[in-house]
Design a protein around this ligand. Structure first.
Ligand SMILES: [Zn+2]
Length: 219
């Protein structure tokens, strides 16, 4: 177990260095990753690295680790899903939202469904890029570093767009026109498209190929 833990942290650190070298939260994030792995080991739930979020132990009737988002989820660390757990899901306990009230479930579902596809050998084979799949997977597994912001409809950078983002940025801007829009498809397609820009591809070639290889259509 100890050897596995060390290897895991080393792997995360390497990915971290390549993806977010300039992130001032680097040390905090590394600490979080190692803390999370430790929590998982204690819970005997460590089956794969990097998939941790929060675990509830029904025997002791409480959460056995802190919400990965920590203080960034609001000052009230006891709050969960805006105290409206009956109407929302929090699949990973990680993403921060801005202006997306009522759309969180759909966005989390998009992450869940499309991040999973990155593990498919067929995706890697289709994309045929040496590091995009690994970098996207890292972002998927470390979404506590991301903000999803739902922008004003069809104005500014959202004019005729599904979403936008900047290389090196940590915010995925979603344009509300995407909901139910045939041109944008599933929100998961837009999320992964924007994440491809964020890992350093300013032009459309690779984001569009990522979408195509995820089965999002020929966008
Ligand atoms: Zn784009």
């Amino acid at each position: 177990m100890k050897r596995h833990k060390t290897a895991c942290c080393f792997t995360e650190k390497s990915l971290f260095t390549s993806v977010a070298r300039k992130n001032t939260n680097t040390n905090k994030m590394k600490a979080l990753i190692c803390r999370t792995v430790r929590s998982m080991a204690l819970a005997a739930l460590l089956t794969a690295c990097g998939s941790a979020s929060a675990f509830y132990n029904p025997h002791v009737g409480r959460w056995i680790n802190r919400d990965p988002i920590g203080e960034e989820g609001g000052n009230n660390l006891s709050a969960f899903l805006g105290n409206n757990a009956a109407n929302h899901i929090d699949a990973f306990g990680k993403v921060k939202f801005e202006g997306c009230a009522g759309k969180e479930d759909q966005i989390n579902g998009g992450f869940e469904n499309f991040c999973k596809k990155l593990n498919d050998p067929a995706f890697n084979c289709c994309l045929n890029h040496f590091n995009i799949p690994g970098k996207l997977k890292w972002m998927c597994d470390n979404r506590d570093n991301l903000t999803v912001k739902c922008e004003a409809d069809n104005t500014g950078s959202c004019k005729d767009a599904c979403g936008w983002s900047l290389p090196g940025g940590q915010t995925i801007h979603l344009c509300p026109t995407q909901w139910n829009s045939a041109g944008c498809g599933d929100v998961g397609c837009t999320l992964l498209h924007e994440m491809t820009h964020m890992i350093g591809h300013p032009f459309e070639k690779w984001p569009q190929k990522v979408e195509k290889c995820l089965g999002c259509g020929g966008q």
